[in-house]
Ligand binder design. Structure first.
Ligand code: KG4
Ligand code: ZN
Length: 343
């Protein structure tokens, strides 16, 4: 039974969490920077790093306090070491090293993408249904859209990825076209639920017949032309009726879901999977969850609060790594790229 303090600062969320036994979340604190980046409709790296510096220590202290545990009771410190924005990563990695050194506790470097997959395991009980391996893993977020062959929580191979936009990025850009708030996933998801997914058919980019890669930039452009007319310059989203707005959202969301499901099915055949794991911000999507309810294999989604970036998933996977003896020393670096690669 290990008690792990997890720290996450890869992008624009400063987060810390205390997790027991790799599953039970004792506290999870997230300082979101959405307000700072909203006007730019995207994350500004320099602003993100500065906000992490201000937030990191209060967030860690709050996580400890909420967990009703002390630093002395923590067994190890897990840090999201990769992938992410270098300035953002460095703040978390430096804080984690300083804590590990001063408390004389083990330090564990965690891959953020791998942790998004692991997040389906959080708050589960030993009696729950568990994913059977090999599983197909889909990480769909603002920064990533990729498929993995998951053979265990620590043996994961990249088998496909987006060649342009991530699906969450497409949501955020379509939300901008539709004058909706940032980040765009949730408002589009809510409007889509009230629209007709068949009213407007947007293109589905499936690439080569056996490709496990994704492309969402054509879909985004198709929405732009549909809303703004020829060359995207004739009108803007204010000319849409409320029902047209809902139908655009529903049609866009259906195109995303169809492509994600098609690629998941291709991946299942490729790795002979026994289950499917979906993580990352877009795994909060109600339409995607509903579409996978009657899926032919058991599918696993994280609890809603652990879909978007959080430190509980970092602490949880940190526990697994610690049990495998995978720890780091103080020479640990922040790394821009994921450790999960094609073999
Ligand atoms: O995992 P995350 O917090 O950050 C990255 O690692 O990128 O994901 C954020 C992304 C944003 O693009 C946001 O629009 C999207 O997740 N998102 C959603 C939903 N909630 C958040 N996309 C679709 N439907 C949602 N309900
Ligand atoms: Zn993420």
């Amino acid at each position: 039974m290990a008690l792990i303090l997890g720290i996450e600062s890869t992008c624009d969320e400063t987060a810390a969490a205390v997790v027991e036994n790799g599953r039970a979340v004792r506290s999870s604190v997230i300082a979101s920077q959405v307000d700072l980046h909203q006007v730019y409709r995207g994350v500004v790296p320099e602003i993100a790093s500065r906000a992490h510096i201000e937030n990191i220590l209060p967030v860690i202290e709050q996580a400890l306090k909420n967990s009703a545990r002390t630093f002395e009771q923590i067994d190890a410190i897990a840090i999201a070491q990769r992938p992410g924005l270098i300035g953002s990563l460095l703040i978390g990695v430096t804080a984690a090293k300083a804590l590990a050194w001063s408390l004389e506790k083990p330090l564990i470097g965690v891959d953020h993408v791998q942790a998004h997959l692991y997040s389906v395991h959080l708050e589960s009980r030993p009696t729950n249904r568990e994913p059977r391996f090999p599983a197909v893993g889909l990480v769909c977020s603002g920064g990533h859209t990729a498929l993995y062959a998951v053979r265990s929580w620590t043996d994961i191979e990249l088998i496909g990825q987006t060649i342009d936009d991530a699906v969450g990025e497409a949501y955020d850009k379509v939300a901008a076209i539709l004058n909706l708030s940032y980040p765009g996933g949730r408002p589009i998801d809510e409007l889509a639920a009230q629209g007709d997914p068949k009213a407007i058919r947007f293109p589905r980019s499936t690439l080569d017949p056996d490709s496990l890669d994704f492309s969402f930039s054509g879909l985004k452009t198709a929405v732009l032309y549909r809303v703004r007319g020829h060359k995207g310059r004739e009108r803007d989203a204010s000319s849409l009726s409320q029902q047209e707005l809902r139908d655009v959202c529903a049609g866009f969301q259906q195109a995303c879901i169809d492509v994600l499901l098609l690629k998941i099915r291709r991946a299942i055949a490729r790795v002979d999977a026994k289950s499917v794991i979906v993580g990352g911000g877009v795994s909060a999507n109600r339409g995607l969850r509903a579409a996978m309810q009657s899926f032919e294999l058991p599918t696993f989604f994280p609890p809603i609060e652990y879909c978007t970036d959080n430190a509980a998933m970092i602490a949880g996977l940190g526990d697994v790594l610690l049990s495998h003896g995978v720890t780091a020393d103080l020479s640990m670096d922040a790394i821009i790229r994921s450790a999960l690669v094609k073999r």
